[in-house]
Design a binder for this molecule. Structure first.
Ligand SMILES: C[S@@+](CC[C@H](N)C(=O)[O-])C[C@H]1O[C@@H](n2cnc3c(N)ncnc32)[C@H](O)[C@@H]1O
Length: 153
C-alpha cells in the first residue's frame, strides 16, 4: 500500500455469477460450493468511502462490474500490470482473468490465484490448469490458499 504503483480493484459488487459445469464438485454429487449471488452484500460505496478516509482513493481505483463487461473497455491491449491477484472463486472469472491479463503482464510479473487446488473452488483449479496447459509457467504455493506463477519471457 505504500508503493507508488496504481492499484485497480475489480468486483461485480453483485456477488458471484452463476456457476458453470466446471465448478461442480464430484464428491459433492456434482453440486457447487459457490452459488450465484454469494458475497453480494459487498458495498462499493462503503469501500470507496474507506479508501477516501484512508487517503488511498487516488492510488486505488475501484471498478464495478463483471470482469467480462468492464475489463475490455477499461484497459487497452497496451496496458501492462506488474501483478494480478485473481480471487473470484469460480471457473468463469478465473479463466477470463487469466485470458485477459496474461499478455498484459511482462516477464517477471506475477499472477496470484487464491483457492487454486483448494477444497471447494474446483472451477478455479480447472481454469488455471486449462489455461497453463500450453504455457511455460507453473503454479507454486505462496501461502495457505494462495498460489502464484511468475511470467516467463
Ligand atoms: C471470495 S470474494 C473475494 C473478494 C475480495 N478479493 C476479498 O478478498 O475480499 C470473491 C469475489 O469475486 C467476485 N467475482 C467473482 N466472479 C466475478 C466476475 N466474473 N466479475 C466480477 N467479480 C467477480 C464476487 O463478486 C466476490 O466479491
Amino acid at each position: 500500500m505504500d508503493s507508488s504503483r496504481k492499484i485497480f480493484a475489480v468486483d461485480s459488487f453483485e456477488g458471484l455469477p452463476a456457476p458453470r459445469q466446471e465448478d461442480s464438485i464430484p464428491r459433492m454429487g456434482g453440486k457447487t460450493h459457490y452459488v450465484e449471488g454469494m458475497f453480494k452484500e459487498t458495498s462499493y460505496a462503503q469501500l470507496q468511502y474507506l479508501l477516501e478516509i484512508w487517503g488511498k482513493n487516488q492510488r486505488v481505483r475501484l471498478i464495478k462490474g463483471f470482469f467480462e463487461d468492464v475489463l475490455p473497455p477499461a484497459f487497452p491491449a497496451s496496458k501492462q500490470f506488474s501483478m494480478v491477484i485473481l480471487d473470484s472463486d469460480q471457473y468463469s472469472g478465473t479463466k477470463f482473468g487469466l485470458e485477459f491479463f496474461y499478455d498484459r503482464i511482462p516477464e517477471g510479473g506475477m499472477i496470484f490465484v487464491d483457492d487454486y487446488n483448494g477444497t471447494y473452488a474446483e472451477g478455479v483449479t480447472v481454469a488455471v490448469n486449462e489455461f497453463l496447459a500450453d504455457k511455460p509457467e507453473q503454479m507454486a504455493q505462496g501461502g495457505k490458499t494462495m498460489w502464484y506463477c511468475v511470467k516467463q519471457g
